[in-house]
Design a protein around this ligand. Structure first.
Ligand code: CP
Length: 310
């Protein structure tokens, strides 16, 4: 029996695993190494409890291209909907599936309760706390664009959401990286993620800092933002739009940052977190970034299937 691997958090990856997935995804993105079927014979469950365009399609198409077969569940298909426990669900699915790709409206706890056996690898396709496969696709995009992630300077402007949390854990593991978080007051990256990122940053010679205003912006290589209304989550304060407004990325922000490229995990709301001029302008690599979700998903599937080596 092949032992499968779980990817619930970037923390689940050792440094070599992280680099293997990013390099593999980068090769796929460059059109190399895409001829094998390492998932031949594998059955992949796809369970999205929230809407998704990119991630669901990337993992479904990726699994099919790698030779796997899919079982796709709608949010209400499983008997968990009638009261069966997640533990019992996992005990059953792990005897039938090889991989389970899950988007959860909850924190990572639900995903951890599925990850009970190495017979079935569980992949976090976004939870309320972290979006690790987005960060892996982003590292792939950065590697394609700059040749390396080492030494890059990134400004993240906007909500300290699940994408920002995963970026903290991922970017802090590359030497010389600077991650400048600019998040609205009350909407920062959680301290537990900052603490873990600080530990990585210290070990790898990176830097992560968070501030809650846009008054002083550093010169950077990349400006990154995400949609203000993250899938499936409500804002706890009524005045959130007032707090978020100064964090919109417009042409002035790019100019103040010295002419960086612009990244966005999409979907976007033009006129909210980013202007149309920036998202659709020459600095934007947001749609290359979206394509790289597919390339990176294949690398993640390979690694989680146990077919990849690190
Ligand atoms: N970026 C991202 O996760 O997109 P979807 O919500 O469309 O999957």
């Amino acid at each position: 029996m092949r032992l499968r691997r779980h990817l619930i958090s970037i923390d689940d990856l050792g440094d070599e695993d992280l680099r293997w997935i990013v390099q593999r995804g980068t090769r796929y993105s460059a059109g190399e190494g895409g001829h094998g079927t390492p998932l031949d014979g594998d059955v992949v469950g796809v369970l999205f409890r929230n809407t998704s365009t990119r991630t669901r399609t990337a993992f479904s198409a990726g699994a099919l291209r790698l030779g796997g077969r899919l079982i796709t569940y709608t949010p209400d298909d499983l008997q968990e909907n009638t009261g069966e426990t997640a533990g019992d669900t996992a005990a059953v699915l792990s005897r039938m599936l090889d991989l389970l790709v899950v988007r959860s409206a909850k924190g990572d706890g639900e995903l951890r309760s599925y990850a009970v056996s190495r017979r079935m690898g569980v992949i976090n396709a976004m939870s309320a706390s972290e979006h690790p496969t987005q960060a892996l696709a982003d590292l792939t995009t950065l590697t394609r664009r700059f040749g390396t992630v080492d030494g890059l300077r990134v400004l993240y402007a906007g909500e300290g959401n699940n994408t920002a949390s995963a970026l903290c854990l991922a970017l802090s593991r590359y030497p010389g990286v600077e991650l400048h978080l600019r998040t609205p007051p009350g909407y920062g990256v959680e301290q537990s993620f900052l603490d873990r990122a600080a530990t990585y940053a210290k070990a790898h010679g990176a830097r992560v800092e968070q501030r809650h205003d846009m008054s002083s912006l550093p010169e950077v290589d990349v400006v990154y933002t995400t949609r203000w209304q993250t899938t499936g989550t409500a804002k706890p304060t009524a005045d959130w739009r007032t707090r978020f407004a100064p964090f919109q990325v417009d042409a002035g922000v790019l100019e103040r940052c010295g002419g960086p490229v612009f990244m966005h995990d999409l979907p976007a709301h033009r006129g909210e977190e980013v202007t149309a001029e920036v998202l659709d302008g020459p600095a934007s690599i947001a749609f290359d970034q979206a394509e790289n979700k597919y390339h990176s998903a294949r690398a993640v599937l390979e690694w989680c299937s146990g077919a990849g080596t690190s």
